[in-house]
Each structure stands twice: as C-alpha cells, then as structure tokens.
Design a protein around this ligand. Sequence first.
Ligand code: ADP
Ligand code: MN
Length: 179
Amino acid sequence: KKMCDIHFKGPNVMITGTPGTGKTTLCSQLVEQTGLNLISIGELAKDNNFYGEYDSELQSYELDEDKVIDEIDECMKEGGNVVDYHGCDFFPERWFDAVFVLRTDNTVLYERLEKRNYSQRKIQENVQCEIMRVVLDEALDSYKSEIVYELESDTPDHMEQNLATIKNWIEKWKSEHRQ
Ligand code: ADP
Ligand code: MN
C-alpha cells in the first residue's frame, strides 16, 4: 500500500442529496463538532471558476469535474474531509469511506426551495429529482452499498439525529483504523 493511500487524518465523508435537503447546514455543524476539513464543491468551483459548457436546459454551467478532482486529490488522499455536493458519481470511488444521502419529503423540499427564490421550473426539477431518488440511486450505482447511508432530513430533530449518526460512524471508523 502506498503511503499516499492512507487516510491518516481520518475518514473522508461525502454528504450528498438534492439541493435543499440540508447538506450545507449539516456539514457546517459536522465540521465544527469534529474538526474535519470542509470541502464544498460548489464553493470550490465558484472560487476557481471550474466551469465548463453552459447547459441551456439546466440554465447553469456544467462543473469542470476533472479540474475539481485534480484540485482536491492530494487533500482527499490525506483523509479527514467532509465533501458537500449534490452529485457524487464523478469522484474517484477510492476517495470515500462513507456516503450519506440526505432525503427530504416532497412538500417540505418544495417549501424550502420556494424560500430560496428558485424559479418554478428549478423547484419542480429538484422536487422531481427527489421523488425519483436520483441522488440515492447515483450513490448506490457509484459506491459499494455497504458505505451508502440514507438519512431523513425533514426536521431539526432529524438534523440532530443525523449529526449524532455521522459522528458515531466517524468514531467507529477511527477506532477501527488506529494509527
Ligand atoms: P442544501 O445545502 O442541501 O441545498 P441547506 O443546508 O442549504 O441545503 O438547507 C436548505 C434550507 O433548509 C435551509 O434554510 C435550512 O435551514 C433548512 N434545513 C436544512 N435541513 C433542515 C432540517 N433537517 N430541518 C429543518 N430545516 C432544514
Ligand atoms: Mn448547499
């Protein structure tokens, strides 16, 4: 095993889910409480202009996935990262020790996205994506099912439970990977 393949700073955890399911809120609390390093793919892309073609269908720029991967590969090899993004299929599978997929009830999600001033069309697309469990299936297609965890994220209570679940998972991982 090469040195750079050892996650010596802790596990790498993916927090994914449809926009509005609560990824960023959960991630900020998670890094505050665990000291893990936060990598928001959206912020990273914005700061470095990692964009490709304009997608007129989605009315947004495509992510330059190769540039994102190059930028954070070293950091991911070291371990100890929490990654926040609404997709997960283009990352190297070897990066992640756990993939948590946040799920939200349609009506709740609709209201959250409406508060964000998303266009009616964008709201419908995202709610549809959640109904069709697109992100969960993407995670299950891209990673071993043993490391994919579905978490309900409708209420503040769920948020607290999810934080506890993920922190427990991290502690267990650390106890099994003593260095
Ligand atoms: P994402 O990063 O997945 O797009 P956010 O973390 O930005 O989602 O959350 C979207 C909105 O929903 C925010 O206003 C946030 O406060 C709220 N929210 C997120 N998770 C929950 C939850 N479990 N219970 C209640 N409100 C939540
Ligand atoms: Mn977010």
